[in-house]
Design a protein around this ligand. Structure first.
Ligand SMILES: [Zn+2]
Length: 286
C-alpha cells in the first residue's frame, strides 16, 4: 500500500490537564510549541481546542486567532483544524471561531452518550455549523461516533450542505458511545467506500489505550490516523507520553511497519482537497 498516511495530532482537547500529564499544552504559546514539535515529527493536521488559563475549556475566538497565527508562522503548510465539539461551549458559541477560516473544523452530526452526559448535537445546530463552514470555506471533518453519523453525512452532502467528499473520522472507545469493535470498524470502512467512493479518505481515533490499536488498524487498512494527548496521555500503562510529538512518532513507526509513507502537508492538502496556504504558490507545493 503506497497511499500516504495523514497523521492528525489532537494536541489539547477539553479534558486532560497538567495534573493528568504535564506535557498537555494549555496556553496558546505552549500549543504552538507542541504543534511545531508534532509537525516536525510528521503530523500534518493539528486538531485544536483552546483553554482558559485555569485549564477549563474555552471557545474564545481571540485565543483561536492567536493559535492560528502562531501555527501558520511556525508550521507553514500544516493543516489547522478547530474543534466545534460540545465540551468547549454551548450552542452557536461552538462555531464562533469559524469566521477565522481555519482549513478545517470538526463537525459532529448527531447525538450520542459520553461518559457522564449526553453529547447533544441537535439538528438545527448541526445545520447551522455546516452552513458556517460552507460560508467560510472550512472543510468539515465528520466525527462519526456512530454508524448513523456516516449516513447523515451522506444525506447532508447530497443536500449540498457539505462541500466536496466528506472526510469521516471514526471515533471509538469513548465510554458509553461506540466501543472498539473490529467488525464495526470494518463496516464503517465499507460504508464510507459505498457512499463516497472507493478512494474516499477516512481516518480513525481511539480513546485512551485504544489510541494505539486504532492507529494500527487504520494505518494497515489504508486510512489516516489521529493521535495526540487529547485522546490519550500515555505511551503504555505505566508511562506518560512525554509530548504530542512522541505520540506522533509512534504513529510514524506504525506507518513504516506497514510500508506507508507519511503524508507531507502538500500530500495531505491534495488528498483532502484543501487550498494551499495563503502566500504559498501552487508551484511551491509540488
Ligand atoms: Zn477535539
Amino acid at each position: 500500500m503506497t497511499n500516504p498516511c495523514i497523521i492528525c495530532v489532537a494536541i489539547t482537547g477539553s479534558l486532560p490537564t497538567k495534573a493528568n500529564n504535564p506535557a498537555v499544552p494549555i496556553t496558546v504559546s505552549e500549543q504552538i510549541e507542541s504543534s511545531h514539535e508534532a509537525f516536525e515529527a510528521g503530523a500534518t493536521i493539528v486538531h485544536a481546542h483552546v483553554r482558559n488559563d485555569d485549564e477549563t475549556p474555552s471557545s474564545d475566538p481571540d485565543k483561536f486567532a492567536a493559535l492560528k497565527e502562531g501555527i501558520e508562522k511556525h508550521c507553514p503548510g500544516m493543516i489547522i483544524q478547530f474543534s466545534t465539539g460540545g465540551r468547549s461551549g454551548a450552542g452557536k458559541t461552538r462555531g464562533g471561531m469559524l469566521s477565522l477560516r481555519p482549513d478545517m473544523a470538526s463537525l459532529s452530526v448527531g447525538s450520542n452518550n459520553f461518559p457522564t452526559r449526553v453529547y447533544e448535537n441537535p439538528p438545527d445546530l448541526v445545520d447551522w455549523l455546516a452552513g458556517e463552514m460552507l460560508a467560510y470555506g472550512v472543510k468539515p471533518e465528520i466525527e462519526a461516533f456512530d454508524l448513523s453519523h456516516i449516513l447523515k453525512a451522506k444525506h447532508m452532502a447530497d443536500k449540498g450542505q457539505l462541500a466536496g467528499t466528506p472526510y469521516v473520522q471514526f471515533v471509538m472507545g469513548v465510554k458509553n458511545a461506540m466501543p472498539v469493535d473490529r467488525d464495526v470498524f470494518d463496516y464503517y470502512i465499507h460504508t464510507v467506500k459505498r457512499l463516497f467512493g472507493e478512494d474516499a479518505p477516512w481516518c480513525a481515533a481511539g480513546i485512551g489505550s485504544n489510541q494505539l490499536k486504532l492507529n494500527e488498524w487504520a494505518i494497515a487498512a489504508g486510512g489516516h490516523a489521529r493521535t495526540g494527548l487529547e485522546d490519550n496521555v500515555r505511551l503504555d500503562r505505566d508511562t506518560l507520553a512525554p509530548s504530542n510529538a512522541a505520540l506522533v512518532r509512534r504513529a510514524v513507526e506504525i506507518c513504516e511497519k506497514n510500508n506507508r509513507p507519511v503524508a507531507r502537508w502538500q500530500d495531505a492538502r491534495r488528498i483532502l482537497g484543501l487550498r494551499m496556504p495563503e502566500g504559498m504558490e501552487k508551484g511551491q507545493a509540488a
